[in-house]
Write a protein that binds this ligand. Sequence first.
Ligand code: ATP
Length: 907
Amino acid sequence: MAEDNPHPQNPEVPDLTPAGLAGIAGSAHAMPPAAVCRALDTSEAGLSGAEAARRLRVFGPNALPEGHRRSVLARILTQFNNALIWFMLAGAAAAAALGHSVDAGVILAVVLVNALVGFIQEGKAEDALAAIRGMVAPRASVLRDGARVSLPMESLVPGDIVLIEAGDRVPADLRLIRARSLTLDEAILTGESVTSSKSIATVAEEAAAGDRKGMAFSGTLVATGQGTGVVTATGTDTQIGRISAMLGAVTELETPLLRQINAFGRRFSLVAFGGALALFLFAVFLRGFDWQAALMAVVALAVGLVPEGLPAVITITLAIGVRRMAARHAVIRRLPAVETLGATSVICSDKTGTLTRNEMTVRRVVTAGGALMVEGAGYDPGEYRLTASGAQQALIRAGLLCNDAHLGPGWTVGGDPMEGALVTLALKARLEPGPERARTPRLDAIPFDAQHRFMATLHEADSGRVALVKGAPERILAMCDRQEGASGPEPLAHDLWQRRIDEAAMEGERVLGYAMRQMPPGATDIDFPDVETGLVFLGITGFIDPPRDEAMRAIAECRSAGIAVKMITGDHAATARAIAAQLGLAGDPRVLTGQDLDRLSEADFPEAVRETEVFARTSPEHKLRIVRALQAMGRVVAMTGDGVNDAPALKQADVGISMGIKGTEAAKEASEMVLMDDNFASIVAAVHEGRTVHDNIRKVIGWTIPTNGGEALAVILAILFGFAMPMTPVQILWINLILAGTLGLVLAFEPSEPGVMKRPPRRADAGLLTPFLVWRICFVSVLFTALALTLFFQAQASGRDLETARTMVVNLLVVLEIFYLFNVRYLHMTSFTLTGVKGTGPVLGAIAIVVLAQFAFTYLPVMNAIFGSRPLSLSEGMLIVAIGAGSLVLLEIEKHLLRDRFGCGGP
Ligand code: ATP
């Protein structure tokens, strides 16, 4: 390739230096495009790979410095910026002031362990988010060695020739050398929200950035049209790089759920503090406790009650969800989407490429003379050769010339797959793309856009200048008044064509129409008025694009999960209906077209949207209206999109989903999630993970709060009724210390429960504390207290000393929490299954740590001295484990009896 396009390096041009480049970049808008290319020692064919690599070493990558990332110290300090932690630190200070150094030390240890776990895990969460952000790093279309390639934005160098089109973010500062209907949204630079139209014109040297018509600045968004430009500045040398060097993403870990939890934590601390104060006064004045002992008791109690580790564990749960989704090709751009995905009740999806494979093959070619069926599948023409009539051959040639795609090695498509299929068709008809295109050079084009649904090109042909048009067949028919017959143009048989189009569409084929027109000899460009009327209709082609197998399975999964799926497509109604039926969207899918939607009254609109599975020939504005209507009915809507005009609908949707492969930058930036493989099945996989995250958060809360409550309640009762405390303050703190970062944390790693996709979506407005969870918290707290106190009194009644009885209580509480963990791991089914009993790696690891710690607590002399514990006998140990196992049986029965009544957190 490089030989065909010798690199234009001109020995008379001195080597580009950063200083020299700055001069060119500063005045490029005032120089004609050709002069800029010369100064940058490049040509319209682009740089060679070798020269680009050399320039990359000289000028550095085209990237802005990373956004401010919080320093280690700042991240450690934020761990302490939490009402619950302050509360504990106050407790530690009080204990230290009273000379209870062991208690103060243990409280500090709890705080530190928590902060450490939070710090490490949040760091990992941030890294995970940063890594997946890298997965959706923007790319740019560049000419290198004369061929169009897609490269990471960072590898652009001055002198590169870059192609931009609607929806792209301009990747570097460009001097435009070609512009067609090009308008840019430059708000990021100028603050003005109106788009500015661009041309290749030169302007005065002193013109302000906003007036430099011939420049496209890095970071601005292409609103419409297409353009080509030469890179004049990259990285921090660009306008945007100079304005602010901090556009990089700042990791945001706060989500509505975390805010809710933090607010809950603050309220909870206040209540705990108030309750502790009241209890303290009661103990000292009514029960005659020594004030210091009473103070230590209530401090320990409050510390035990406060779920200080909860926010960190929930952040971790979300981050794990993000990671699992990324592994399933769904990249989360905003953390709250992880929660919202789990509540999704409607998925609105594109058709082409998302539900279908986007592997197009032309199956039929129809001209006035008749239809030709084409064999083969895929882009490899294989051995198939067509015997086409003259008219058919003319249509096939039009399809090849009015076309931007090319076939690469291994029969891969560069460009639009449908256009790729037309190149294959041409090969089957013995038309060689290279020579054909060279023989009939293209002079100008109106590019395809989804709004107009057609594309047109102007060519220099043997018969003079001709315009070729292809597009949605009804659109093309409307431009024509004649058709190409056996002996030249004849009157258009409109109705016949309509029948033929319907026939193909009803088989699920995507239909395209073709037309041509003779242009005046001197015509050099083509515009809308040239093709709006008076064309000669050449015929139609029908393409097959098979549904994705995994999409069919995913749709079936959505059905069992109570999630409605709606197809929103730009394609023909009959094609969309046939594909929807093949996909199993519905037995007889209901279809509305964009026009039907426009005719509906405001009042009828929501109901119609609710009942319809397929929306055909829609425009992006319809998507926005559909999302709004569904949301007004209380649905949580996930919506896919890829074009620049889809951005408003993506923003409006609860979960906007953009396409990683064919999506524009504008769509990606408006979306919450990017599909790396453009595949519908990945959306459903993400919903699956989202539901799991929500389950796990509920499990974390459902485990943490009652275990805290159980220990606190036992002590409160002791103070209220004036009996010996079943645990000393430092023992309460011990329980907290060993559980922080072990048992509670493992629930964040829980795999999905079987049947997550067999229940209906949860209600969007349902809080985290469902009635079942509230009941659970009360029931388990009371159960644990009752068991602990019974053991405490029994132990003493059977002649054991107070210390041994307390040691038994501490061990019992820890054992109860271990068994309860097994119960909580399955909210929706019994835990008595083989996998349920076996646990997972994290579960077993955490239990091992806790058990070892308890052995140390019970048997190590130094621990006995610090915590006032006593060694227990084997039979005492077995009794404790037996009570724990008994509690699990009881809780399983309770779960079985109540989960249906409470819906167990279901809808
Ligand atoms: P979706 O991706 O939403 O399922 P779609 O890909 O069918 O829809 P568009 O890409 O908006 O929708 O295309 C709309 C219509 O425009 C197509 O049905 C086809 O008739 C026509 N069309 C699509 N691509 C081209 C093209 N490259 N040249 C000419 N016409 C085209």
